[in-house]
Ligand binder design. Sequence first.
Ligand code: PLP
Length: 385
Amino acid sequence: MEFSNYCFDTLCVQGNPEAKSVDLSGAISVPLVQSATFAHPGLGKSTGYDYSRLSNPTRKFLEETVAALDGAKFGFAFSCGMAAETAFFSMLETKSHIISSDDIYGGSLRLFNTIVKKQGIETTFVDTSSLEQIERAFRPDTKIVFIETPGNPLMTVTDIQKTAELAHSHGALLVVDNTFLTAYYQKPLALGADVVIQSGTKFLAGHNDVLAGFVTTNNEKIAEDMAFITKTTGSMLAPFDSWLTIRGIKTLTVRLEKQSENAAKLAQYLKTEKLVKKVLYIGLPETPGHEIHKSQASGFGSMISIYLDSSKTVERFLRKIRIFRYAESLGGVESLATYPLTQTHSEIPEEKRKQKGITDTLIRLSVGIENFEDLKNDIKQALED
Ligand SMILES: *Cc1c(COP(=O)(O)O)cnc(C)c1O
């Protein structure tokens, strides 16, 4: 049976059954091949593995599994999401141009504004929920349109299919950071995107115990470039971290279902709290982009951003939460609260931050799989004076 016949949840648990290069010897758990190098049977002969920077059986199993989940022919695993992004953008020729969403992970912004800029590549940041704004930003040297949808931390929704068509009409590629949803809820490649980049640290691995990052694509030329870059720069994922990520992915669908269910209920509850001035959750019909999101994704995920009434309440909230922990990151089974102003988005110039709405009253919540009543009560007591 072709792996494409397997349903998504089966693929998560079993891994890509076509990834046969690991000798399972009947093992239910994929072996952790903790070896830097591999012996050759004889001159001119190879087991298929030479050295773990190039390829490692445990990593390969993971790469082929994530590729299958994303509906991609090719997958590459990196030491974290930023390593995946850095590897991908190091492929670009100098003097090219990127159009990027302005509502993206702070680390991506930093990458574009520093390392990528030094490569001689300029980035124009626009509100990609507006196709007109994207259209206006094109230059003859535009090579990439980079989006994250829903955006981070303001949940800006970008129409993937229309943006892909627009990018292609200008000879550019569409790259989507799919970290917030994973392929379980959104499949950018099927909607016309050329490349998916994601932080496996978040929902994919799901337990806040490992960093990982992925690039998946159906584009052969990009796959060749990515293999070359991994081999040359060595930012690939270690065998043990690959093994942890394989284990995490087994429960991806059940985690996401429960997390999304908790988040949907929590968003409703948050709307009733006096000190919560605004709730941004893409599952709420009043959140901008809700309809477009529904047309391109099968779920809403578990990220909620809220505006509290004052920075004083924010201080109290972050001090008093007990089940939610005040920490950077998202997507894991444990609920976390992040303060974008000083954590994930501290690098954005103040003026730009204010204009976008990343203020001193904004908190981003990543809802885990704990009991909903406990989560609700935790927020309730943290808001109280
Ligand atoms: C965390 C994150 C990244 C970076 O991934 P790391 O694994 O932390 O390097 C990129 N994009 C998004 C949307 C993220 O949340």
